[in-house]
Design a protein around this ligand. Structure first.
Ligand code: OVV
Length: 396
């Protein structure tokens, strides 16, 4: 087995992760990252197999670098993310129903109208041409308009959602400068998020209240309910923001694909999944080996942390033809951008509905979308994130 000195969490890598992913994929089915004494998988076949094999690669020791067997987690572990069956089954079943396709049907019209309204306001009085920052004006603005309302949290303090998520996703990585900088506000942000999970503050018709209703039915305990709400607020904001940023970046750099979406707006969901494959807004998660596991000719020792490169698997040429191309003509299903297996993203239908609404609204009004300046990545230990994406829009 190869040992590599690559640093997935350096600023250089976060700025442009793709060359390192290729190095890791080509180094073998599993490699050792000496800097952190962890193993890494970057090929689709191994990443997929490991994600599905939750018995060998459980999550309860944490899905970050820190091993909960030896280190105290910085916040009480998530009942969804950082647990295994059987304890995870009830929270997962409840949340799947609360944000599943059936529950989302009542939001579809409303979210499409909200997206149309947002886009109309951005374009109003601009005389056919407009420049804007697609991160703040679209990728952040749209989820922040619809998602906190859908959960049912109060308006006050919503500006804390993105910084909380940013720190949370940094905290899955090593204690580098990104984590240290976030620690300053972590206590205050955590206290605010926790306060939004209480039954009294949640609107009666939102996802949050539906989770509490599950506790009333006995499907969850009253101790579990606020932590399940916390998962929505933790995993549901930055992920969708950067997923939307990814698909907007994709279209701004692939004019022929935008033409295609304009012609066939029913491709909006495929486009979003293809962007999730192509950019992998969540780049990595760790697992922990529960026993000595043989992979190829390498034994990953019991207790070892293994870094799963979802982003590298999503561009593995062994699985995808011309993987670095953003292409609405391909079938992106099977990508591991939402994970795979038991822990596969429970909120993926929410993300797809947000993307469908926003892309449909844009496709109806915008003839051309192109970069109007240099896209600026936002460095995060887990997320492929964007600080700014200056775009030029030409209207119909
Ligand atoms: C998938 C994910 C990311 C971050 C936080 C959580 C889940 C959570 O359940 O808190």
């Amino acid at each position: 087995m190869k040992a590599l000195d690559a640093d997935p969490f350096s600023h250089e890598t976060l700025d442009d992760p793709w060359p390192m992913h290729e190095t890791l994929r080509e180094a073998g089915p599993v490699v050792h990252l000496s800097r952190y004494d962890v193993y890494a998988m970057a090929r689709y076949a191994q990443v997929h197999a490991a994600l599905v094999d939750w018995q060998s690669f459980p999550s309860a020791a944490g899905v970050g670098l820190s091993n909960f067997r030896y280190e105290k987690p910085w916040r009480p572990p998530s009942l969804l993310l950082e647990t295994d069956p059987p304890g995870r089954d009830a929270p997962r079943a409840v949340l799947s129903a609360v944000v599943g396709p059936r529950a989302l049907r009542r939001l579809r019209q409303e979210w499409h109208a909200a997206a149309a309204d947002l886009v109309d306001h951005l374009l109003a009085g601009t005389g056919g041409e407009v420049e804007l920052d697609a991160v703040t004006a679209l990728a952040e603005a749209f989820p922040l308009r619809v998602f906190p309302d859908a959960v049912g949290i109060p308006r006050e303090g919503r500006e804390n959602l993105l910084p909380y998520g940013d720190h949370l996703f940094n905290a899955f990585g090593p204690a580098n400068d990104l984590v240290r900088n976030g620690q300053e506000r972590a206590g205050e942000l955590t206290a605010w998020v926790n306060a939004q999970c209480r039954r009294e503050v949640l609107a009666p018709d939102g996802f949050g209240a539906a989770i509490w209703a599950a506790a009333d039915r006995g499907d969850l305990t009253v101790e579990q309910a606020p932590l399940v709400v916390r998962s929505l607020l933790s995993a549901g904001v930055d992920t969708t923001v950067h997923g939307l940023a990814a698909v907007l970046y994709a279209f701004a750099t692939h004019p022929a694909q935008w033409e295609r979406l304009r012609h066939s707006p029913e491709l909006a969901r495929v486009a979003f999944d293809e962007a999730v494959r192509w950019q992998s807004p969540v780049q990595t998660f760790f697992r922990t080996a529960d026993r000595d596991v043989l992979i190829g000719d390498v034994t990953v020792p019991s207790g070892a942390k293994i870094l799963m490169f979802l982003a590298a698997a999503n561009r593995d040429p062994r699985r995808w033809r011309d993987p670095a191309r953003f292409d609405l003509g391909r079938d992106p299903s099977g990508h591991v951008g939402f994970g795979m297996g038991l822990h596969q993203c429970v909120g993926q239908h929410v993300a797809r509905l947000e993307a469908e609404a926003l892309l449909t609204a844009l496709a109806a009004r915008v003839r051309r979308i192109e970069l109007a300046g240099r896209p600026v990545p936002h460095h995060n230990n887990t997320l492929r994130a964007w600080k700014s994406l200056p775009v030029h829009l030409a209207l119909d």
